[in-house]
Ligand binder design. Structure first.
Ligand code: UDP
Ligand code: MG
Length: 136
């Protein structure tokens, strides 16, 4: 049965800074994702805090929000069959050191905090996160 989903992907500041935007988008396309929408923005720390609210009790929350707001990012709506899980697979483990060969984080991630990409982790969060960047 076909189950076309949309998910939110972000190319994070470490990757935009290293001009990896096109290479990473190419990886999505090669892996069958359609990039339905995209925009390059720099967000305020207060917006990053809202985006990552789910992590507000974690010790890394403040640094994470500083980091996501530290430079331009590229937010994208990706579409594919089972896009949410497929994107998590393509991204690889949160810590690039644990990410499998062929994943974006294995290829481009620098460290657990500078891991190049974000991807929604559930249907519910995908909706919330897509709205966060693309609700007009
Ligand atoms: N993060 C971090 N230190 C940690 C765990 C996570 O800096 O110990 C950052 C990292 O950038 C990660 C983000 O917080 O991508 C969100 O964490 P999550 O566990 O949701 O990982 P993800 O869903 O991005 O794989
Ligand atoms: Mg997550």
């Amino acid at each position: 049965m076909n189950n076309i989903e949309k998910t939110l992907s972000i190319i994070k500041p470490d990757a935009v800074e290293r001009n990896l935007e096109n290479e990473i988008k190419e990886m999505f396309k090669i892996n069958g994702f359609n990039i339905l929408k995209e925009k390059k923005v720099q967000i305020e720390k207060s917006e990053a805090e809202k985006f990552y609210k789910i992590h507000q009790t974690k010790p890394f929350y403040n640094d994470l929000c500083e980091y996501l707001s530290s430079g331009p990012i590229v937010a994208m709506v990706l579409e594919k069959e089972n896009a949410i899980l497929a994107n998590r697979d393509l991204m690889g483990a949160t810590n690039p050191g644990n990410a499998k060969e062929g994943t974006i984080r294995k290829k481009y991630g620098i460290s657990i905090d500078k891991n190049s990409v974000h991807g929604s982790d559930s249907i519910e969060n995908a909706k919330i996160e897509i709205d966060f960047f693309f609700k007009d």
